[in-house]
Structures are given as C-alpha cells and as structure tokens.
Design a protein around this ligand. Structure first.
Ligand SMILES: Nc1ncnc2c1ncn2[C@@H]1O[C@H](COP(=O)(O)OP(=O)(O)OP(=O)(O)O)[C@@H](O)[C@H]1O
Ligand SMILES: [Mg+2]
Length: 308
C-alpha cells in the first residue's frame, strides 16, 4: 500500500533521507521508529505530498506522490506532529471546516462529523472550543480530522507524544478500531515499546536509512542473537572472568561488583558451558540467569554506532 524507492531528501548539505527503501502492506499497522532527527517526519511529509524529495520515488496504493498528488491526498489521512491552533473554533466547527475543505457536500457533512466524533469518543465535547481540550482529546480530534474523508491510509506522526498513560491507551484502542476497519496505518514514535502492542511490522530508521524492517518477532530474534547471562559467584571473581573470557563462544565478559555479565557471540547461547567451566574450576556458582533483551534494548543495539 505504501512503497518507497531510493528516497533521498537533502536540506542543503544535510541528507535527511538517503536512499530510503520501505514497503508497507495493506491493512498493516507499521511502527516507524527512530531517534530524534532520524527522518521520520521528512518521510511522512513526502508521503503526504507536503514535501518534494530530492530524488527517489514514493507510491501510495500504486499512485506516485509526486505526479498524482490529488489522488494521493484523497487516499491519505496525515496527522502532523504539531497541530495548528484554531482559536475560538468549536470542535464541530473545526471538523466541518475540514469536511468542507475536502469537498464533502454540505448535506453529508453533519453525518460524517457525527460519525468521526463517535469513533473518537468526542461527542460530549462537540460544542467545546478546540483550545479548551486536553492534549489527549486534541490528539483524538486530530485523528477525527484525518478520518473525515475516509482515507485508506493513515500517516500519523507521533500521535502519542506528550500523552499520559491513560490517553495513550485510548489512542491505542482507537488505532485498533481503525485497523479493524481495514485502514493501513503508518505511525511514528521514537519509543519502540510505545508501538509494540499495536504494530504488525516495525521499521527502524536512523540517519535517513532503514536499519531494520520486519515483524517484532524478527526484531527480537535479530537482537536476541546475542544473548546474555548474569553470573554470580561467591569468590574467585577474577578467576571466573578470566576463565569465561577464554571461551570461544563468549564475546564479552565484564564484572560489576558481585555480578559477572557474559555476552555470547551471535547464535551461541550455551548457558551450560558457563556453569560447567566454573564448577570444574571449583568456583561456587550461586546464580546464573539469562538476561531478557527488551525491545528498547533491541532498538539501541540496532542503532548504536551505525557508521554514516
Ligand atoms: N526544513 C528543514 N530545514 C533543514 N533541515 C531540516 C528541516 N527539516 C528537518 N531537517 C533536518 O532533517 C533531519 C531529519 O528531520 P526529521 O524532522 O525528518 O526527523 P524526525 O525523525 O522526525 O525527528 P523527531 O523525532 O525529532 O521528530 C534532521 O537532522 C533535521 O534537523
Ligand atoms: Mg519528527
């Protein structure tokens, strides 16, 4: 549904995107993750036809964003990272304004506005001024707004940023609803765990390049290739470090007080060999526990030290 080929965007000397390749399947919720300045907003603005790339192409449902802007804009609902402020506008006026801007016939506008208010649970705020809404409600209103023309594709730039946990859960619930309606959703964040529950696929971008694209299971597998164990021994810590460092399966050993952290080479997670080595050397082992890699660690592992 979304396809990006060799997309490059330069701001003067700075390449915000360099030859970015990305595919998002129809009906997927795609988590677009990257640290600040990685190029998420730049990518999304190009897809939303608001920004022209320096080179490369991008397609929404087969339509080129550069040459078929009108068609693409009808297909896409884009929610920017910062919404403009509309003083004195009431919620329903705000939505009716956008319905008019999308060219929806006057007699149909009211029904459509009611529909999106219901979906985003904002009916009770219909007559409230937009600027009186909490941040969470404003984000829901932002979603209501991009749903007005019933787009197939939603491009949401950090919709959960600055929200409290409750508002985040509400947004997540709403996104699930939208997925059920068959929408393809691209959603950005700089926090992987924030999108963990709702994303079918994730893409990790850094310095304008995709460093990973796949399912969360694939991401875990990829990051989990280097598994770690934490070892605790009674005494002979230095000897234990020395013995373990000499094992070919082990990439790194370091000691922090009582705890010895052991990192295996990718694909090697032979806990057994650690225990055996220590016991054979008569070192009393008190504990040996695997360290579960969390998704955010996976993210750090994938983005750390990338040469660019
Ligand atoms: N209009 C602009 N002029 C010059 N440089 C820009 C402009 N917009 C973005 N950049 C630069 O391009 C790079 C990518 O920016 P972009 O906003 O796409 O990143 P992002 O991933 O959305 O970051 P954030 O998490 O902070 O929102 C950054 O280095 C940014 O400083
Ligand atoms: Mg951004």
């Amino acid at each position: 549904m979304i396809r990006i080929n060799a997309l490059t965007k330069k701001y003067g000397e700075l390449a915000a995107l360099s030859n970015l390749e990305l595919t998002i399947n129809a009906g997927d919720v795609f988590g677009f993750i990257g640290p600040n300045g990685a190029g998420k907003t730049t990518t999304m603005r190009i897809l939303a036809t608001l920004l022209t790339p320096t080179s490369g192409r991008a397609f929404i449902d087969g339509h080129d964003v550069l040459t078929h802007g009108r068609t693409v804009r009808r297909l896409v609902g884009y929610m920017p990272d910062f919404m403009g402020v509309y003083d004195d506008l009431k919620v329903f006026e705000y939505l009716e304004f956008f319905a008019a801007a999308f060219g929806i016939e006057p007699r149909k506008r009211k029904g459509i506005v009611e529909g999106v208010l219901e979906l985003t649970d904002l009916q009770s705020k219909k007559a409230a001024p937009v600027d009186s809404l909490s941040r969470g409600m404003q984000q829901r209103l932002g979603l209501a707004r991009v749903l007005i023309h019933d787009p197939k594709v939603l491009i949401l730039d950090e919709p959960a940023s600055g929200l409290d946990p409750r508002a985040r859960i509400e947004i997540r619930g709403l996104l699930r609803e939208l997925k059920k309606m068959g929408k393809t959703i691209m959603i950005s964040s700089h926090i992987l765990s924030e999108l963990e529950e709702i994303s079918d696929h994730v893409g990790i971008i850094e310095h304008g390049q995709l460093v990973f694209s796949g399912t969360l299971a694939q991401l875990r597998q990829r990051a989990g290739q280097q598994s770690k164990v934490r070892v605790r021994v009674v005494q002979d810590h230095d000897k234990a470090v020395e013995l373990l460092s000499a094992l070919p399966q082990i990439a790194d050993v370091h000691r922090e007080g009582e705890i010895i952290s052991v990192t295996f080479h990718p694909g090697q997670d032979a806990d057994g060999i650690v225990a055996r080595t220590l016991v054979r050397a008569d070192i009393d082992l008190i504990a040996l526990e695997p360290e579960q890699l969390k998704l955010d660690d996976a993210f750090l592992q994938l983005t750390r030290g990338l040469v660019h």
